[in-house]
Design a protein around this ligand. Structure first.
Ligand SMILES: CC(C)(COP(=O)(O)OP(=O)(O)OC[C@H]1O[C@@H](n2cnc3c(N)ncnc32)[C@H](O)[C@@H]1OP(=O)(O)O)[C@@H](O)C(=O)NCCC(=O)NCCS
Length: 201
């Protein structure tokens, strides 16, 4: 596992990824993204609040600034990878995708995503999910990527299915969003889902 660790460290220090399928781009955040991310978040709060603990009616510009600071640091340390999802044609901020809970021994992680309300229903989240999962395998050397979705979150379940993730079952009381506890569907990608060459770097 030493080589995986070295690879992650190298990647965290030197690489500036630009992942794209020519419709969406996933890239690192930059402090200049604060206004665009704030606007995308504010317009989406009604859709985000039921599923994201961090999303509250009071969510403000300062929260976005703090998020930028944190994700810059966690990218450098390889603890958490947050991507801006942008429009490949004109760079519009579309939402975020993230790889979190990276297990240092068993090499799996959690994949999360959201898309701004005005751009939903165009297949963007499923595209972003595939790109982020590919990054986890090819750049971080992980073995498994999990998507955990509240059973009531029909749109996100559809996203996971459309992205090609495998449905593995229901996990009881697996997700708490603020005070509400949800059963969750566990989806996963493994390297084989992306073909035999995945993981070669
Ligand atoms: C879930 C979310 C990421 C979907 O983004 P998106 O870009 O619209 O996703 P896609 O277009 O790839 O797919 C959405 C699918 O769900 C379907 N859908 C949307 N709302 C739905 C609902 N209430 N019930 C059932 N299906 C629904 C859409 O029709 C679409 O399926 P289709 O392509 O077969 O028509 C977005 O709605 C969102 O950000 N929600 C809030 C945050 C969130 O829940 N994140 C996931 C946490 S696990």
């Amino acid at each position: 596992m030493q080589s995986l660790r070295k690879r992650r460290l190298f990647f965290a220090m030197f690489s500036q990824p630009l992942l794209t399928d020519k419709v969406v781009v996933l890239r690192r955040f930059h402090p200049r993204d604060v206004d665009a991310l704030y606007a995308a978040t504010r317009e989406s709060l009604d859709d985000l609040i039921p599923w994201m603990s961090w999303a509250t009616p009071a969510y403000g510009r300062g929260d976005v600034t703090e998020y930028m600071r944190v994700v810059t640091e966690t990218w450098e340390t390889g603890r958490y990878y947050a991507f801006a999802i942008t429009d490949a044609r004109d760079g519009t901020m579309l939402g975020t995708a993230s790889l979190s809970h990276i297990h240092p021994v068993y090499n799996f992680c959690n994949l999360g995503y959201w898309i701004r309300s005005s751009r939903r229903g165009n297949g963007l989240a499923s595209r972003a999910a595939r790109l982020a999962a590919k990054f986890a395998f090819e750049q971080l050397g992980l073995l498994r990527v999990e998507i955990v979705v509240a059973v009531e979150n029909a749109a996100s379940i559809k996203v996971a299915e459309k992205s090609g993730a495998h449905r593995e079952g229901i996990l009881r009381d697996r997700m708490t969003v603020r005070e509400k506890v949800h059963d969750a569907v566990m989806f996963s990608f493994v390297r084989a889902d992306f073909g035999p060459s995945t993981g070669s770097g």
